[in-house]
Design a protein around this ligand. Structure first.
Ligand code: C5P
Length: 402
């Protein structure tokens, strides 16, 4: 329920604006009050009259309206709300938000806002996929703006693909999670992310190209749904996800230790690219380059497998243990083998061949491999893989006994 919650709904230009009328109605049914701002683009799709009738309040449209400013200054509009929902969020408005522009009422109040903001993007697939839009989105998410959707399907422009505004019921569920009533409230989760660094000497190490983007996105998505998340991360350049406890480690052994210390948890997602080997003859002092001698030999020893260890915890085993399998060939077969060998419940298998741009990139193409099934997911942003996974975890935990 959203009793007494004050929502400021910004309706920007897009055919999906008609769904916002239903959103207003359902928000009010749940006890929220809804004040609306209609951008000039939004007003091409829904009329101020229908918005006013459904919200039961005056609709705000102009930045420099004498009457509006006398009755309610544009800054007060966001001060007197608990949450701003931008639905539909057009590519243009998201670009303005990312750039910090304030040339109309919607962008100005968003720039002046000090309350949570949720965007529900809706646009043509190419516009959604354009690096400009994706960069803007990444900027907004880094600043803590939350997002729901878009979904894939038939678009009003006649094309099929990602870009439809999320369904109203999903937007409502997300709004409820913003107010702390997420479906994973009370659930403890552990996520590993990034590479591990295995020292050769105090200066050099063996590492890998993992950026930590996917693991950090999973931690952020679980936290958004209300989970109490511990993120154990190797050395990465990613910012700490909001509302997540981050433990920084370097080696695989340190990562394992931090994971065991974080138990008990209901769900563990191992997204880290853990080094398979550690250097068993690492030296305390920096190895010297001696022109007269052959290069030194680095001896390797197998690292502990964190995913397998978490899967073997007996009564302390998380109810759901999930791994990622980064492969460059026969992706599904290898993932299936790993699922069996490591004793985990799900593997998200992804192709990391250089041509895919997965390592370090923002997109990922995964297959969800479970004991009985292989489900291909489309190529989507890593944040979307995370969001989708988080909702799958919600469903699975409902079915898994405590
Ligand atoms: O064996 P491979 O590294 O391909 O397996 C990938 C999965 O196993 C990932 O989920 C990764 O986080 C996990 N893993 C681990 N500890 C290791 C090696 C891999 O947790 N030592």
């Amino acid at each position: 329920m959203l009793d007494g919650r004050r929502i400021l709904l910004v309706i920007s230009g897009g055919i999906a604006a008609y769904k916002s009328l239903d959103l207003i109605r359902r928000l009010r049914e749940r006890g929220a009050s809804v004040r609306c701002v209609l951008t000039p683009g939004g007003a091409q799709f829904v009329t101020p009259l229908s918005v006013a009738a459904l919200s039961g309040e005056k609709v705000y449209q102009d930045l420099f309206s004498l009457t509006d400013e006398a009755e309610m200054g544009h800054i007060r509009l966001s001060r007197e709300a608990d949450l701003i929902v931008v639905a539909p969020a057009s590519a243009d408005l998201m670009a303005k938000m990312a750039a910090g522009l304030a040339d109309d009422l919607a962008s100005t109040l968003l720039l002046a806002a000090d309350i949570p903001v949720l965007v529900a993007p809706a646009m043509n697939t190419q516009m959604w996929r354009h690096p400009a839009t994706q960069d803007n989105l990444a900027t907004l998410e880094r600043r803590g703006v939350r997002r729901i959707g878009p979904a894939a399907g038939d678009l009003a422009c006649g094309e099929v693909g990602e870009g439809r505004m999320a369904e109203v019921l999903d937007i409502l569920a997300t709004i409820e999670t913003v107010f702390g009533d997420g479906p994973l409230k009370g659930i403890r989760a552990l996520v590993t992310s990034g590479p591990t660094f295995e020292p050769i000497d105090p200066v050099r190490f063996i590492g890998n190209r993992s950026s930590g983007k996917q693991g950090h996105a999973v931690a952020a998505a679980l936290a958004r749904l209300g989970a109490d998340v511990t993120l154990v991360s190797g050395p990465v350049a990613q910012p700490d996800p909001k509302g997540v406890k981050v433990i920084r480690v370097e080696t695989a052994r340190e990562m394992l230790g931090a994971c065991i210390a974080a138990l008990p948890v209901a769900v563990a997602v191992c997204a880290a690219a853990v080094a398979d080997w550690t250097v068993s003859n690492a030296t305390k002092e920096k190895r010297k380059k001696d022109p007269g001698s052959p290069p030194p030999t680095i001896e390797l020893a197998l690292n502990p497998d964190i995913l397998a260890t978490l899967s073997e915890q007996g009564s302390a085993r998380p109810r759901l243990v999930i791994g990622f399998a980064a492969e460059t060939e026969t992706v599904i077969d290898n993932a299936r083998g790993k699922l069996a060998r490591k004793g985990c419940d799900w593997i998200l298998a992804n192709d990391v061949s250089p041509a895919t741009g997965t390592f370090g990139g923002d997109f990922n193409t995964v297959h969800l491999v479970t004991t009985g099934d292989t489900e291909p997911w489309p190529r989507i942003a890593k944040a979307d893989v995370a969001e989708r996974l988080a909702w799958r975890i919600v469903d699975a935990l409902k079915e898994t006994p405590r």
